[in-house]
Design a protein around this ligand. Structure first.
Ligand code: APR
Length: 308
């Protein structure tokens, strides 16, 4: 299993580090345009391997030769948000970067699975799909696991329970219109709606929607990276080990949920072939309306991206 991570900034380097500590990849290649950065970070991580007890070989490079024949490529290259910015503000610049990266990786790893993290996520995943020409089951985006992890962690905090026992899903686009699903959230099998009043659930849903900007406002110089990287590694693991985990991912819809030709966060079974199945939820009218609104927001951003 060879995994390349493009972008050796906060998300990329953290992702490579977690991948190395997990040990399921034989090789991790870290690529960036900044000279010396991927080499230095890669070497530093490799030097941690004897202490961490991992044999994952980490290589850093400014070129794509070393990424050849990757099984999975994680795309994190691009600008991150600063306070006052929406993810959509990154559109023009990150479209150029994701195009460039995708062209390069697709040339030398024509059979790879592409996992996109760059924002605005749903549209950047679309850019990677179009530019690579890969089948849509092999190109998908990381957002839902992150948004769900934020939601789960806030619920665990509120109820003072283990995060492990909060089962939940957040759907839709990776932005203000994301769709957390309280009706389907359980704590050790007990419905969340039996444990918290509506106004507390609404407050948690709101904090989840604004989870990214909450971190940006603290950091000031960039956006979140520990949780995004951990989420991407969970996707890599399900593919690499063919675990067939069902995780919320940005998937290309082909009629599911009555929608097609866009990326949206939906529950997906991830295995060695990438997205092997999209699972459909029977929505209530309110959930359906929120999901539709989110789809409209994604289509708007997609239509503004200069893909060709
Ligand atoms: N090719 C390779 N690497 C590139 C390119 C390119 N064409 N353009 C930029 N990069 C690299 C930068 O040099 C930088 O090291 O991408 C890296 C981005 O790292 P950070 O600035 O630390 O940003 P990060 O926090 O990692 O976020 C990256 O993920 O979550 C999203 O919104 C976030 O779009 C952003 C992306």
């Amino acid at each position: 299993m060879k995994i390349s991570v493009i972008g050796a900034g906060n998300v990329g380097a953290t992702c490579a580090h977690i991948l190395a500590s997990k040990g399921f990849a034989q090789e991790v290649v870290l690529v960036d345009i900044l000279e010396g950065i991927p080499q230095g970070k890669g070497l530093d991580m490799w030097e941690a391997a004897p202490v961490a007890g991992s044999d994952t070989r980490i290589v850093g490079s400014n070129g794509y030769g070393e990424t050849a024949k990757s099984d999975i490529i994680v795309i994190t290259a691009g600008l991150a948000r600063k306070p006052g910015m929406t993810r959509e503000d990154l559109l023009a610049k990150n479209t150029e970067i994701v195009k460039d990266v995708t062209q390069n990786v697709a040339k030398v790893s024509p059979n790879a699975i592409l996992i996109v993290i760059s924002n605005p996520l749903d549209t950047m995943t679309y850019v990677a799909l179009k530019v690579s020409g890969f089948n849509h089951n092999k190109v998908f985006g990381m957002a839902g696991i992150l948004d769900t992890a934020r939601y789960r962690s806030f619920i665990a905090l509120e109820l003072n329970v283990s995060v492990e026992d909060v089962a939940a899903v957040v759907l839709g686009g990776h932005g203000d219109t994301m769709v957390p699903m309280p009706r389907l959230t359980t704590v050790g099998g007990v419905p969340l709606t039996d444990l918290l009043p509506k106004e507390r659930i609404d407050a948690i849903v709101d904090r989840t929607r604004k989870g990214g900007i909450e971190i940006v406002n603290f950091l000031k110089t960039g956006s979140a990276y520990y949780a995004p990287a951990a989420a991407a590694v969970q996707m890599c693991e399900s593919v690499a080990l063919d675990k067939k985990r069902v995780l919320p991912c940005a998937c290309w819809l082909t009629g599911q949920y009555g929608l097609k030709d866009l990326y949206m966060g939906v529950p997906a079974m991830l295995g060695k072939n990438g997205v092997e199945k999209v699972l459909e939820i029977k929505f209530t009218d309110d959930e359906k309306a929120s999901f539709t609104k989110s789809a409209e927001a994604i289509r708007k951003t997609m239509s503004e991206a200069k893909v060709t």
